[in-house]
Design a protein around this ligand. Structure first.
Ligand SMILES: CC(C)(COP(=O)(O)OP(=O)(O)OC[C@H]1O[C@@H](n2cnc3c(N)ncnc32)[C@H](O)[C@@H]1OP(=O)(O)O)[C@@H](O)C(=O)NCCC(=O)NCCS
Length: 169
């Protein structure tokens, strides 16, 4: 089935909330959200999506198939002059849609956007060390491991390390 990548807009809010809730409820998840922790309302999520759309150094993209959101990626930049060239990336693909190249398409588009924005010099992200698929994807696109966040995560009854990765543009 065809998958398109497009910018999110405020009317996607309800779908994105449902999507993130599905993601956070996955067992053995490699994201920081736990079940029930994503508490945005449609209104507050729509406001966040509007902010992304208006910001020069932020973007929120969705992967969509037949009207259903099956993946998201966002890069968020600060308004502060000293750090606004460095954006933070977060991404995911819906469980049933993984391993089909959607992650690759999303990150390709995000990097293209960052390059075309001109002012962005760094894309950084945090990833669980056990997330070998994510790390592989990021390294394939040139992200390098910059640091280890020891015991930064508590999941499944144990403390886990996270990694900081970044791509310089
Ligand atoms: C990490 C994630 C975004 C990757 O998205 P995806 O659409 O599944 O990835 P793609 O299909 O584009 O594949 C990307 C690479 O990972 C590899 N890969 C994907 N699924 C894999 C699997 N189950 N086992 C081994 N390799 C796998 C692909 O082969 C590809 O590598 P290649 O280009 O060398 O062949 C997705 O797995 C996901 O959402 N995971 C849960 C949330 C998460 O971890 N988010 C990231 C937080 S930092």
């Amino acid at each position: 089935m065809e998958v398109i990548i497009r910018e999110a807009n405020p009317s996607d809010a309800a779908q994105i909330i449902a999507y993130v809730n599905r993601l956070s409820e996955e067992p053995n998840s490699n994201i920081e959200l736990s079940p029930g922790e994503f508490t945005h309302t449609v209104e507050s999520e729509a406001a966040i999506l509007s902010e992304f759309a208006l910001s020069e150094n932020s973007i929120f993209l969705v992967a969509e198939s037949a009207g259903k959101i099956v993946g998201i990626i966002n890069c968020r930049g600060s308004k502060r002059k000293a750090i606004r060239h460095a954006v933070t990336l977060g991404m995911s693909v819906d469980q049933d849609w993984r391993g089909q190249g959607i992650g690759r398409q999303l990150i390709t588009r995000a990097i293209e956007w960052a390059k075309s924005a001109g002012s962005i010099k760094r894309i950084e992200l945090a990833v669980f060390e056990r997330n070998t698929i994510g790390i592989h994807l990021y390294q394939k696109f040139g992200f390098e491991i910059e640091g280890r966040r020891r015991k930064a995560i508590f999941r499944d009854g144990q403390y886990l390390d996270g990694l900081i990765m970044a791509l310089l543009l």
